[in-house]
Design a binder for this molecule. Sequence first.
Ligand code: FES
Ligand code: FES
Length: 151
Amino acid sequence: MQIDVIMNQKQLSLSVAADEFLADTLRRYGFLSIRKGCNTTCCGLCTVWIDDKPTLSCSVLSARLQGKRITTIEGVEQEATEFAKILASEGAEQCGFCSPGFIMTVLAMKRELVHPTEAEIIHYLTGNLCRCTGYLGQMRAVRTYLRGMHP
Ligand code: FES
Ligand code: FES
């Protein structure tokens, strides 16, 4: 079947199978920032925005997204680069496999939460796993980013 979406601010027509999940559709169409770490809604690596809400693309059927607005890291490149530089400066970039999904969650949090507490930040990021960094560098980067103190 064919669905029409707004993909990173542009109209796009996608041909999708009835049982296909969005993560697979997007990778098939060349959005290779989408990573799959678990395929069971546990790791957050496949996070994209659907109508501006961070969503696990491994758990959403593409066929249900007619008319929706989908954003991947390719669609917020400038902001993502800004935060990625902070991640690197805090030594939290490591292998980078989790970074696109993590960054999409952080950018969404910046839009959604006003002056979040430490507990609110941790709660928002709970679904994004990283097997390299131990999270302390990531948390320093998030705090720096939210304070607007960019290197
Ligand atoms: S691949 Fe989607 S949550 Fe892990
Ligand atoms: S940086 Fe390697 S999994 Fe997060």
